[in-house]
Design a protein around this ligand. Structure first.
Ligand code: FES
Length: 317
């Protein structure tokens, strides 16, 4: 995948656990333009291994001077967000992918309802700059744990005015999905990014109210879970490699020099799908892309998040 070299020009603490990084092109040229909802993948060298995490671009979509990303420190993670918080300094040069958009607004929609939980607010910040510029009708519903976790609230108030509603969970406020999805004009599209239970609740409510599934858009990037080590053979290239417990299948392929495809690295887009030729155990599917029937069939695996509990996995690669 094509990459860019960017320099960290500013780091700001937004809340106790969220930092905002401003990135400019290392060669001082303008950065590639992007549309609202785009993300980039940041490469990090952690203990001699390359980790890659996807982060939504939050900056205004007309801005090619700099990109901004928001990173929440996740102590339970495999180290990417901790590395960003503790190791990355102003002036550092990072390798990032070109922006990719898997969460674009539907320009045919009559109204846009944006629903964010916690750090899931970040993709909406660039989407809102598109919606404001285009003069589209929208509303934002943003839920967070407590006032201390209200990342980017002042900025959102400036950006959205009375189109934004805030829900502070510690004060008992919750988004009522039924109310949210009721009495919206025909042709409304809903977009959600947040914790899995929140995303699932919205999908279930939309189903029960008869919303067309193609009017509900979610961005759900999962971190690759750790697991047992296993061995992989690639039938086309003849390579055999070990996937350690702390690396994803995709990371192990990359570490072995295999040019494996990816876009989101979070189990959402389907780009990393590889055909499974044999597995002497069970595939552990952690993606949001394959249907239940496809997961049961066991013919495909999303290498970015899924793995196998087996001795030997054979992939058509
Ligand atoms: S890279 Fe998107 S699902 Fe794996």
């Amino acid at each position: 995948m094509s990459t860019l070299q960017v320099k960290v020009s500013d780091i700001a603490s937004v809340t106790e656990t969220v930092k905002q990084f401003t990135l400019v092109a290392a060669n001082d040229e303008p950065l590639p333009p992007f549309s609202g909802g785009s993300h980039i993948v940041v490469a990090m060298n952690i203990n001699g291994r390359t980790h890659r995490n996807a982060y939504s671009l939050m900056s205004s979509t007309g801005n090619t001077e700099s990109y901004q990303i928001g990173v929440r420190k996740q102590d339970q993670s495999r180290g990417g967000s901790v590395y960003m918080h503790e190791q990355v300094k102003v002036g550092d040069v990072l390798e990032v992918t070109y922006p990719v958009n898997l969460f674009a607004i539907n320009k045919m929609a009559r109204k846009h309802v944006l629903v964010a939980g916690g750090i899931g607010i970040t993709p909406f910040l660039s989407q809102i700059s598109d919606l404001n510029r285009l003069g589209y009708d929208y509303e934002l519903h943003y839920a967070y744990r407590s006032e201390e976790h209200a990342a980017f609230k002042d900025y959102i108030e400036d950006l959205c005015g009375d189109k934004a509603t805030f829900y502070i969970e510690s004060e008992g406020a919750r988004i009522d999905m039924t109310e949210l999805l009721s009495q919206k004009p025909l042709g409304t599209h809903v977009y959600i990014c947040g914790p899995e239970p929140m995303v699932n609740a919205l999908h279930l409510t939309a189903d029960s109210l008869g919303w067309p599934s193609n009017h509900i858009h979610s961005e759900q990037f999962s971190a690759p879970p750790m697991g047992d080590p296993f061995s992989v053979s690639l039938s086309e290239s003849g390579i055999t490699l070990e996937v350690p417990g702390e690396l994803s299948l995709l990371e192990a392929l990359e570490a072995a020099g295999v040019d494996a495809p990816f876009l989101c690295r979070g189990g959402a887009c389907g780009r990393c799908e590889i055909e499974v030729e044999a597995c002497d155990g069970v595939l552990q599917h952690y993606d949001h892309y394959l249907s239940d029937a496809e997961k049961m069939a066991g013919n495909k695996v999303m290498t970015c998040v899924s793995r196998a509990k087996c001795n030997q996995l054979v992939l058509k690669l």
